[in-house]
Design a protein around this ligand. Structure first.
Ligand code: NAG
Ligand code: NAG
Length: 131
């Protein structure tokens, strides 16, 4: 009995499909601009895995995807880019502000994840200081 439960759990683990490939871990954007947060399955997918993108993983996280659970600060700023392949879980993240800087986590089927650190810089950092 225990052995068969163990085998079932192993089968479930392998059949769940998407193993995430490693992506660039550091991304830089500029205020008002946009970035692609990359995430994709290393293995070919026929179906789209259950996808979650969260900011600041931990007790104070906030959800970008799925849209039904999305935090209001991300409204109309996050677009899934899966048109070509169901295994591509990348999103386009727009209208960046400096407070968007931090850690983003892409989760596939709740059992594998990748993290990307985003730094958003002010566009006019030093160039526009008026004397
Ligand atoms: C989460 O947010 C609360 C309220 O802003 C803060 O007091 C707490 O330190 C935060 N916890 C973490 C782990 O950042
Ligand atoms: C996923 O889609 C994005 C946006 O179309 C593209 O830039 C990226 O190269 C794709 N990634 C893979 C692994 O195909």
């Amino acid at each position: 009995m225990l052995v068969s439960l163990w085998m079932v759990s192993i089968l479930l683990h392998f059949s769940s499909g998407c193993i995430l490939s490693s992506t660039p871990e550091e991304v830089t954007g500029y205020t008002g601009g946009s970035v692609v947060l990359s995430c994709s399955c290393a293995d070919v997918q026929t179906q789209r895995p259950a996808l979650r993108w969260i900011f600041n993983p931990g007790p104070n996280d906030s959800i970008l995807v799925p849209y039904e659970q999305q935090h209001s600060r991300y409204k109309d700023r996050v677009q899934e880019l899966n048109s070509d392949s169901p295994g591509n879980l990348s999103v386009l993240f727009s209208q960046l502000t400096v407070s968007d800087s931090g850690l983003y986590r892409c989760e596939a089927n709740g059992n594998d994840y990748n993290e990307i650190r985003l730094t958003v810089k002010g566009k006019f950092d030093h160039s526009l200081q008026i004397m």
